[in-house]
Structures are given as structure tokens and as C-alpha cells.
Design a protein around this ligand. Sequence first.
Ligand code: BG6
Length: 507
Amino acid sequence: MRAGVRLERTAEPCVVVIFGATGDLTKRKLVPALYRLVQERLVPAEFAIVGAARTELSSEEFRANMKEAIVQFSEAKSVDEEVWESFAQGLHYQKVDIGTSEDYVKLAELLERIDGERGTQGNRVFYLSTAPSLYAEAVKQLGQSGLAKPKEGQKGWVRVIIEKPFGTDLASAQALNRDIHQHLDESQIYRIDHYLGKETVQNLLVFRFANGIYEPLWNRQYIDHVQITNAETVGVEGRGGYYEKAGVVRDMLQNHVFQVLSLVAMEPPASLNSESVRDEKIKAMTSVRPFTPERIRAECVRGQYGAGSINGKQVPGYREEEGVAPDSATETFAMLTMYFDNWRWSGVPFYIRSGKRLAKRVTEIAIQFKDAPHKLFGSEMMEQMTPNQLIIRVQPDEGITMRVAAKVPGQVTRIRDVNMDFRYGASFGMQLAEAYERLLLDCILGDPTLYARTDMTERGWEIVMPILEEWAATKAEAPFPNYEAGTWGPQATHDLLEQAGRRWRRP
Ligand code: BG6
């Protein structure tokens, strides 16, 4: 439990073992991120990586594949030969079949050898990037082989990072938590949610609690409602088989979007200690009003995209994607109206929407303030005006915008909205670090603040279970597909806000 906002701290020597090392995530994200950490000297020279998977592969072959991956998927699109040399020396491959205990004996031998050669001191991160159905088995095997704890009489630490999805519903998430707690202490478990590694998501804490001017307004007295938009232009990208069973509520809402939501809604933490921050997040989520079938019908909308056009390119509908049933009922879009029944937020709706194949890739939080209490300026002076909005752009084009009313220059009083803008790119002139880079380093440093705790994973599921159940049992009101690719989702989402006298922002 260390401070959640990282100051320069020194990472200790360690070995990162990646289970599922021949998979997509390893080459797209994990190895490029670890390479950057080495390049930026954020990890010490006493550092090594072991790729582990079922495939027979030599360490040489693995190194060659990873070098290619770094060139293809890193920001720089190249490797620095000097950095690569030292990185490659610490890069190994070991065949591990998740269910085979003998393989863990061999893995343990390799890790000991690496400790001797590289001085990694028995410190280990195990990264579970396998099929989710193997997470519990992998942890069990680590436990039984003695790898889940430092060796008897030795100092050192063992941490386990678990990729998403963490369960597929409340019962399976609870079961997984129970299983892994048999072999690991909660302090060893790092459940990753890459949204928490995004710079702008972390900035939410700084923005809210390092500034004096926003927090006094951050409540039901001044805020009319909050909109969170998480829009993607991509479809299911060849993952039709997975997505059919998931849908957007499981894939994005209960994890990524709820993490962002909890940071918007939480109370100020007592300190930046990881437990204080996570305590406040779960406290906020505990006060989320439960979804009843009536509320789901009246205040939530599901959607599925049909064919359409994105950036001038024709794209197929969801049901035409590979691995998707021609009559699929899986939702690729969802909108929820959420309420926090607590003192700060009583009566303030949080409108949340997330979807694939929408008009634009954007994730943003828009806080809409109440109107000025007295209308001094008549409507004839208003050229165009919406109430004040504070927009926090999580991605892309990261930044914060405040929309305020201003007088249009001239002899008569005319009023219009203008933007006060902060852009990360312009203000800091540097490339933002990849989420995985930040999160991997946090784990190596022993800081779980930006990882999901047991209670948060279960609470996310608890909130969405009634929706998943209701939607599984009933058909959508407007038959699927009910929105065209390249639009802002089903018409019902716009109608719903309109009925409340509000309007979705067009980011
Ligand atoms: C993943 C989901 O967790 O997040 C994908 O499984 C989704 O379906 C992705 O596309 C979005 O991540 P980002 O960082 O591009 O917003």
C-alpha cells in the first residue's frame, strides 16, 4: 500500500513472466510496453522477461518474434539496437501448458537460473494473458508449485496481474475471486483495467482534488447531469466469437466505463494511499441505485449496428461479421441512466453510453451545470447557448474544455458559447505514455491504486446483472439492428434525453 500518485521511485529487480506469450496482447501491448520501460530506464538492469505458452518455441525464435512486434506495434516503429541487445539478453521463452504441473517445475528452475544470472532477487510478476477460463487454474498451479510465494527463507515478492474479462457475470467473478484468494493474498493480486492507465483518467483525481475551484461545484446543487460517452468506430475486429457472448455491457461498461464513472462520482479520499482511493470509489459505486425491470425499460437503451459508412467507408452490420449469428441478439451499444443515491448526487442523472461502430472514436465526460439562476439576458440576445459544460476528453485529443457564455464583439449585446481549452499535446508537448506501460510499472513498484480491487470487480457485475438478465429474457423494443454504423446509436437514446429536456452532446 504505497502512495497512489507516483513520484520518481526505483523499481526493484524482477522477472516478468507472461502466460499466453504467443497471444495478441503480448505482441501488441505487453512486450512493447516492457521494452519502453527498459528504454526509459524505469526498470533496473536486473530485469528479465519470460514468455510462457503451450507452443514449442525456442528463446531465439521468441526474441525474433518480439523484435518484430516492437517494430510493428511500438510508437517509434523501430528498435534501438543498443537497448534491444540488453532487452533481448533478459528475454526467455519456456513452454508451459497451464494445466501441467511438471511445466511449473521447469519454470521454477528457469526462474532460479535467471535470478542467478541477472540478479533478479526472486521478485516475480506473473501476467495472466491466457484464455480467461484458465486464470483460476494458472493461479492454482502457481500456488501448488510454490511459485505464488517467495521461496522459504528468501525475501522478495510475487504479484499476479490478471487480464480482463474478470468473470462473465457476478457468480463467475465471485468464484474466480474465491479461487485465486486460496493461493494469493489480495495484496498480490493486480486486476488490470487499461482505462485506469490512461493519462486523462488519472488526471481526473488531480483535476478534482488539486484544484480548489471545481470541488465546491461538483454536486447536485450546481450540476444538472453528467454524460459519459465511450464511442468506438471499430467493429468487433475478428473477435465475433468472443463478442457474441459478451456484448458491450460485459466488454466495456461494467469495467472500463464504471472505473471512469467512479472517479467522477467519488468523494475526496483521505489520502493518496491505494486503499483510501479504492475505498472511496467503491463507496460511490455502492450507492448506485439498483436497476429494476421498470427502470431498465424506461431508462436504458440497447442497440446493435447494421451496415453503414464510417469515414466514407462502407462497413458491414454486426450480424454479417465473422463468428456472429445471423439473428444475433447481442448488444453492441448500450445507454444507461444511473443515479447515485447519496448526499452529493441525489437526483442527478448520469447518462452513460458505449458502443461500437459509432460516428467517431471518442471517450469523454461532460459535466453539464445548471442554468444561471436568474435570466438577466433575454433570449433575443442569445445567438446560441447551452448551459455551462465542462468536458473532459479521455481520448483521443486528450484535454479539458469549459464551455461558457461570452459576448459576441459588437455594438449590440449578443451572446454565444465559447470554449476555454486545455490540450495535453499543446501544454506539455510530449507523447502520453501507453496505459500498459504505466500499469506494468505500477505493479513492479507494488502500487495497486490503478488496479481493480475484489469489491470493485464484484460491484460492477452486481450493478449490471439485472440489465443482462432483463435483456437476455426480452427482445429489444426496436428490432435489431437498430442503428446504422457511423451514427450516434439508436434513436431511443436521443428521445430519452429529449423527454427530460436535455440533449446528448455531439462530441
Ligand atoms: C477492450 C475491449 O477492453 O477495450 C475492446 O475488449 C475495446 O472491445 C477496447 O475495443 C477499447 O480500448 P481503447 O483503449 O481503444 O478505448
